[in-house]
Design a protein around this ligand. Sequence first.
Ligand code: OXD
Ligand code: MN
Length: 603
Amino acid sequence: MKNLAPAVSPPGGIGDSKPAHPGVLAWVQEVACLTEPENIFWCDGSEKENAWLLEQAQRLGVVTKLSEEKKPGSYLHRSNPNDVARVEQFTLICTPTKEEAGPTNNWAAPGETYAKLHGLLAGAMRGRTLFVVPYIMGPPDSSLTKVGFEITDSIYVVLSMRIMTRMGSVAVKRLGSGAKAEWNRGVHSLLDVNPERRLICHFPQDNAIISVGSGYGGNVLLSKKCLALRIGSYLARKQGWLAEHMLILGVESPEGRKHYVAAAFPSACGKTNFAMLIPPPHFHGWKVTTIGDDIAWMQIGQDGRLYAVNPENGYFGVVPGSSYKSNPNAMKSIEHDTLYTNVALTDDGDVWWEGKDGAPPAHAIDWKGNDWTPASKEKAAHPNSRFAVPMRNNPVLDPDVEKGEGVPISAIIFGGRRSDTVPLVFGALNWTHGVFVGATMASETTAAATGAVGQVRRDPMAMLPFCGYSMGAYLQHWLEIGPRLSNPPLIFNVNWFRKDAGGKFLWPGFGDNMRVLKWIIDRCEGKGGAEETSIGYIPRPEDLDLEGLQGVSKEQLKELLSVKPEQWKTEIEGQKKFFETLQPDMPGALLAEREKVVKRFAN
Ligand code: OXD
Ligand code: MN
């Protein structure tokens, strides 16, 4: 096997922060015996360590430094072209029984899978460095915070984990020395980056993850989808909290009233844009601030409200389409200290992608490392190219982002990418109906995962690829959270992506989504009119603040807010079929909720 990750030899004082925890030491020893690395590098997360690793990564060609003038402190990585997105088909949930993983996950027996992975990992790190990355997910003083250790043979993973998590000594300190402390064991090896030997395996009952054969994003930054969502959702159910694929934003009125909302949209459907929204000029004095752009961990507070923390420390966002028009705050965030993956490199050491402001460069090197000009047939940047950036780069980072108890959530918003059927926004009638709305979410697929793009698939709460146990049991867990909240958030659904008969988007989106957010906040404050329809509360045009809205005619607005019974007939049938696939765990309360919708349409 070609050595894709030659060992690095750190000088004294770098890579030698060996923790004292006997459990960690024994586990690292065990993995080292199996994988036979040339040396072990114990990460402490320091600046000095990071600077040295960046030097090595450049020397080995893993990253290219961008122009210090154009993009200070920033680097470009190119992944193997066979390895550019999450691989849902090779993502396994290895619970003791298939029933625990449920019908929407790929299940494999833990014993056999460990044996197979151990076979693949035997000697896999020969001639390589085994990096040990300690990290925490969550603010350092939160009761929700979890400790993880990721072993990897990829410097790119170490560099990315330092951006995306609170990494190094902070985790060793949080773990302490108690033998009973809960911590996640993650093992990652590139192997030979061969799709035929690519597996992302979760063992929730062991709090363990093993990922082999990939070097890309969600497959290998084990903190993110693997721990914070798949293992996280499993732990959350056991421990009575929620681990969700949601952004968290704060919205403050000119009078200083502040609300937080959490929103679940599938991958590449605009979570980062919504979390950094800039209100249109008419909303002078309104401020939107970001707690998180991808994952929310939520617990019940003593006052009976739901409180959320962002377990991550950075953003791993989709680059194409990002511009000063679509998301100025993301653009400012990625002007410096950013690790880019699979975008194009310009001749002056800057980066470029489809949808960036300004004209394309006359020449660039594309994401595969080939010459590119605007006449090229290929895209300059891969559609799922990404930025990894520390959240402190965000000019609208919420001041309470480190608050251990989290921020109180006033509204939960579900949403997908739907060309038809689903109106711009509607409010659920109550908690159970809201869970039904989340359970029946569907969206057109995007480039975030390998496979066909643009096909409508059911994606309950945007968790289909990320739920670490049976989806029906997950929905039941949601149903049980509601009655435990004396002051539950209101639940809504949005669709920014509805199109007219000619295939044109009806809603401008981006900053104008503030108009929808404002109506949601009005509803949370007991204001804001609506019409009660068969699917929930829908604003009438006069209930939305549309002053200054450009390019949406009265007819278009009517279309955006319309519920067409013939389309909903198909939708309700689709929901029925989907619910059948979630048996035997599908909660009866949600089947009953669907019956109510059917009846409302019949009346
Ligand atoms: C992500 C995803 O990377 O959802 O956040 O794919
Ligand atoms: Mn995501």
